[in-house]
Design a protein around this ligand. Sequence first.
Ligand code: ZN
Length: 281
Amino acid sequence: MPRGLFVALLGASVLFAPGPAGAACDDLGGEAVQGGLLWGRAAPGSTVTLDGEPLPVLPDGWFLAGFGRDASATAALVVSGPAPCERTLAVAAREYRIQRVNGVPQRTVTPPPEDLERIRRERALVVAAKGRRVEEPGWLKQVVGVFRWPALGPISGVYGSQRVYNGKPGNPHYGVDVAAPAGTPVRAPADGLVTLAEPDLFYSGGTIILDHGYGLSSSFLHLSEVGVSVGEEIRQGAVIGAIGASGRATGPHLDWRMSFRGRRIDPQRLVPPMPRAPGEP
Ligand SMILES: [Zn+2]
């Protein structure tokens, strides 16, 4: 069974038992969990909010919600329109470990004053790229069982962990790290539009942002090669760059991150388990 379908069925049967007809939203799938995505169906023309914040609703009524790393234990889903419904979602909490990373360039831990302006400028570039709204319903629905790993290899970092760089506590880690030799191709995990393609950002080195529509995006960090340009439409599986160790990194790896409208999503929950390498037990 495709994983997405399984998750959808699980979601419908376990997490969201149907309520009184017309009153409780029950056409839901995905995962109400920190770092997870939840999708559902409402009547076309509905408006949908999560804790009061409007969610994107596709012309056919399909909608998507995302939960950040520290999302609170409950969230109120409200559908207004031809078939109104409401649901208080229980959002599963996760435990995050501390990960100590030693040997990153010290200037990326305590940036010298002359780099602060560059860091500020680059942050604005990333915010602008993620702020684009690309309305491609087919792309957004790829979250249902379609995403593929952009590269294969041992997982050396996970979503949410509290990072300590060269002994100094830093921001949590929001990506999944895949260790592989420099030059290993990075492939698009799903279709999207390139909204940022930078060869050398201060923290993330060679960086690509691929927008999957309606505010859902993937970012690929520490690349040695950026093989696409802003404005290109990319098909799933196409090579977009190569793994590297640029920016705040200790060795070659791909850091794949996802965000949805300002919330950091865990990419690992959208793909099958990482296949084992030949000879691995
Ligand atoms: Zn990383």
